[in-house]
Structure formats: structure tokens, C-alpha cells
Design a protein around this ligand. Structure first.
Ligand code: GLY
Ligand code: MN
Ligand code: MN
Length: 485
């Protein structure tokens, strides 16, 4: 959508819009410009209550403050990315910013200013559009184009943090003295303003800290993850109900069906849905989703709804498209199920993070030896990692705001760490026989199975957040039959 009044090169100079109109806005008469300044109601929202996660965000900022005393900390939300001309890709605020504010507004930046007792937080963001200088209707970021923003006063009330105009921030950062760190990769303008004051190593320490801080989830986060999973369960049910339509079209029908549920109940999908029918199931991140869906094949569906607060589920089910596993499909499926059961049983407080991976891999190696696909004994297979030709990936990962959450955490706190109550991780073993794998009998080729659940570590073991979706092969068949009636 364009408008003849929209400048072709908006925002290129710093002149007030009122002056620009003579040269750049030929369609705007003085009378219209005057007219547009007034006649607008006062829409300021008063008596706003803080958002639910405001106290959690405040606690997280306090922990961050304690880790970096005396240093200025800059955490940008990120900017819109142009797709073409005046359309943008959909925006997703940086995980670090969301974690520390509960907010998701583009162009915003959280700054923790050091004080003698800790830090003072300020949120820099775009204010309401000015009516007097015409920016609200003549500028592409004006509220008439992009929608009403919260005023700085409203934002402060909602988020519990003082707010200022972000257009003042870059200059302020350039002039400021003292140690400073920024979370990189989200806002090139802010990074440029800080270029001669920061180092990659110190900034990385900030990013690592924020990744490690997220390893244990609070009650609010666990509630959001359960919500994400519950919507995801409904999305899987939606897909089963339309498998005949997918057979008549393609994997895209499955992608679109799940996406509808994600957009209606949440913000988005948390990652590109993997809708992999037939041999596509052996491609780990199959997101092209442009292939046929055929009766007699399996569908590997790996998808997760992201909530409006940006927590995502990550669930996989491998389903017989016609509702019944063949004997060989069932044999492979049941082996993966058994491996997943062993993996889930190894998730408990005090266990090594690696335990659930090792437990699942052992079961898969045993079955591969039993089926004669690799020469035993099992200990030799595991020692040399020979099962990995068909198991391919790690058995899980942390889950939260990011699907692969806490990815910047150090090896000693994550992969070599110990499970604690409040951690949420996926357990997702798989077996994949590529179509061109000449080392396995022909009937195995093109079969891929993964089963993935989202597991909360509790005080005395674990809770499967995605238990509402059946996993055992006979239960999967019964569940599908019930939905297709
Ligand atoms: N959906 C990506 C993964 O399972 O890790
Ligand atoms: Mn997944
Ligand atoms: Mn996963």
C-alpha cells in the first residue's frame, strides 16, 4: 500500500517535515498541513496497570545489575528490516530485550545506567507521533501508517521503567563516559554510537550472562511454555483433521493449517514448521514444505506455537498419513519411542545434562545392532559413535524464549552442567534412513522418525508439558482415528 503523499525518500534529512513539504511533499497544501495539526481527541490512557511479567523483568534486571556493577548496559530490541520499499519483514524483538522488559517494541533500547547502589533502568523508545510537525501522517513511521504507539508515560506505567525518546539515545551514548557493554546483533545504529567504547569480548560476556540467566525458568515462564504447548497440541489436532486436504495438495496445507492456530492463539510459530512427508522426514530441517503427502508414508511434523509473550513450544510427532503404521514403520517408530522413554526417565534434578542424550542413544544403538544394520557390540558402537549415521543430532536442548534457548551459555553451565528444577528441555531422539543410504535394506530407505516432547525438570523428577499428545504407536493410531471421524 502506498499513498501519493508518502515521500519517496523519507527521513533522509533532519529538516522539520513542515519545511520539507514544499520540496518533497508537493501534494500538501499549506491549508491541509494546518488542518491536519488539530481536531484530534486526547487519547492518553490513564490508570494503566503494569503488565503481568513486570515484577519478573525487574528481578532479572536486578540480577543483571549485580553481575555488572558500575557499568552502563545497553540492550536493544532491534529494528525493522526492510523487505522492499516501504514494507518490512515481521518484527520479532530480541530475546534479551524481551527477557529484561516484557516488552516487544521495535526500535526500543533498555539502558541500565550505573548508580552508587546499582543501576537505574531507562527504556528509550519512539514516543507518540507529533501532530504539530506532521510526522504522524507524513512520515512512514508515523502512527497514521503503523498504528498508535503507547506514549512514554503509558509505557512507563505498563513496564515499570522510566521511558525517554529513543531519538536522543545515540547522541547521549556517544557523549557518555565510563565502561559500557551492548548486546550486539540487533541495532546497528546503537552499535555505531558505541563503536569506540566497547569490545567484542566484553560484549560477549554480557550476552553469555543473559543466556545463562535464562537457563532456569520462573513460574511465569513455565506457565507461558505450557500455554505454548497447549496451543501446539491443538495445532497438531488441526493438522490430523485435514490430512486428506494435504494429500490433495501438498505439505504446504499442513504448514498453513498449523500457522493458522499459531497466529490465532499466539504471536507466530516459534520456528519454521517442519512438515516433512515421506522421505523428506530424513532431512532434519525440512522447511520448504513443498512436497506431496501420500497415503502409506509417514509425516514428520515438528512445529511449535510461540505465545504472545514470545515463549515457544517445540514438539514433533511422526504420524502414519493413512492412520496406521506399516510393520516396518512401527518397528522403527517403537525404537525411537523406547529411546525417548529412556531419555525422559533420565531428566531429573542432579542428573548430568548429558545423561538423557546418552540414555536415548544407547537404546537406538541397541536396536540398530539387533536389526543387523551395524556390527556390535553396542559398547563399541557407542564408543565410536557409529549409530550417529542414523541418529544424526543431539537428543535435545533448552527451550524458552528461543527454540534453542540459552544457546550462548558456556559449555560448563549447559552441556557439561547439571539439571535443576525449573529447566525446560526437549527430548527428541530420531532415526533417519536416507533415500540413498546403500548400507541399509531398501525398505528402510526414506523413513525418518522423530518424537519430541517438552520436559520441565521438577523437584522430584520431571513433567512432560506435551503429554497431551499421544506418543505410543497404538495410542497415536487411536488418537488419529478419533480426530478423523
Ligand atoms: N525444531 C527444531 C528442533 O527440534 O530442534
Ligand atoms: Mn523440533
Ligand atoms: Mn527441538
Amino acid at each position: 500500500m502506498t499513498d501519493e503523499l508518502t515521500p519517496e525518500t523519507p527521513d533522509e534529512d533532519e529538516q522539520p517535515i513542515k519545511q520539507r513539504k514544499n520540496g518533497l511533499y508537493p501534494g500538501v497544501s499549506d491549508e491541509l498541513a494546518e488542518n491536519m495539526k488539530s481536531g484530534w481527541a486526547d487519547t492518553e490512557l490513564r490508570d494503566l496497570q503494569p503488565i503481568e511479567q513486570a515484577p519478573n523483568a525487574a528481578r532479572r534486571r536486578a540480577a543483571l545489575s549485580a553481575r555488572f556493577p558500575g557499568e552502563r548496559l545497553v540492550i536493544p530490541a532491534g529494528n525493522l528490516k526492510t523487505r522492499s520499499n516501504d514494507t518490512e519483514y515481521s518484527f520479532r524483538a530480541s530475546t534479551e530485550y524481551v527477557y529484561l522488559t516484557g516488552d516487544q517494541t521495535d526500535d526500543s533500547v533498555l539502558v541500565l545506567e550505573p548508580t552508587k547502589d546499582g543501576h537505574e533502568a531507562t527504556l528509550y523508545r519512539l514516543p507518540r507521533s507529533d501532530r504539530e510537525n506532521g510526522e504522524f501522517w507524513l512520515n512512514g513511521m508515523g502512527e497514521l501508517w503503523v498504528g498508535r504507539r503507547h506514549s512514554l508515560t503509558e509505557s512507563a506505567a505498563l513496564l515499570g521503567v522510566a521511558c525517554k525518546d529513543v531519538r536522543e539515545l545515540a547522541e547521549a551514548l556517544k557523549e557518555a563516559t565510563g565502561p559500557v557493554r551492548v548486546v550486539r546483533g540487533h541495532d546497528a545504529g546503537i552499535e555505531a554510537a558505541l563503536a569506540d567504547k566497547v569490545t567484542a569480548e566484553r560484549d560477549e560476556e554480557l550476552r553469555v550472562h543473559l543466556s545463562e540467566a535464562r537457563v532456569v525458568k520462573d513460574e511465569f515462564e513455565i506457565g507461558q511454555l505450557q500455554k505454548a504447548v497447549d496451543s501446539t497440541v491443538r495445532g497438531f489436532e488441526d493438522v490430523v483433521k485435514v490430512l486428506d486436504k494435504a494429500e490433495a495438495t501438498s505439505e504446504r496445507y499442513i504448514e498453513g493449517t498449523f500457522f493458522l492456530r499459531a497466529r490465532v492463539e499466539g504471536n507466530d510459530v516459534g520456528y519454521g514448521s517442519i512438515c516433512a512427508a515421506g522421505p523428506h522426514a530424513t532431512t532434519l530441517h525440512w522447511v520448504r514444505n513443498d512436497g506431496p503427502v501420500r497415503s502409506g508414508d509417514l509425516l514428520l511434523l515438528d512445529a511449535g506455537v510461540e505465545t504472545d509473550t514470545l515463549y515457544t513450544a517445540d514438539v514433533t510427532r511422526t504420524l502414519p498419513i493413512n492412520g496406521r503404521f506399516s510393520d516396518l514403520q512401527r518397528k522403527i517408530y517403537d525404537a525411537v519411542f523406547e529411546a525417548q522413554e529412556a531419555g525422559i526417565a533420565a531428566v531429573k534434578p542432579g542428573a548430568a545434562y548429558r545423561d538423557f542424550h546418552d540414555a536415548a542413544q544407547r537404546v537406538l544403538a541397541e536396536r540398530l545392532v539387533e536389526w543387523g544394520l551395524v556390527e556390535g557390540p553396542v559398547e563399541r558402537v557407542l564408543e565410536l559413535g557409529l549409530q550417529r549415521r542414523w541418529t544424526l543430532h543431539g537428543t535435545g536442548h533448552m527451550l524458552g524464549l528461543d527454540v534453542h534457548d540459552c544457546a550462548a551459555a558456556r559449555t560448563e553451565t549447559y552441556v557439561n552442567g547439571t539439571l535443576e528444577p525449573g529447566m525446560v528441555l526437549t527430548v527428541e531422539p530420531g532415526l533417519y534412513f536416507q533415500s540413498d543410504d546403500l548400507t541399509v535394506p531398501e525398505e528402510y530407505r526414506g523413513i525418518g522418525v522423530r518424537i519430541e516432547d517438552d520436559i520441565l525438570v521438577t523437584d522430584d523428577g520431571n513433567r512432560n508439558l506435551s503429554a497431551a499428545l499421544p506418543r505410543r504407536s497404538d495410542e497415536v493410531e487411536a488418537w488419529m482415528a478419533g480426530l478423523k471421524k
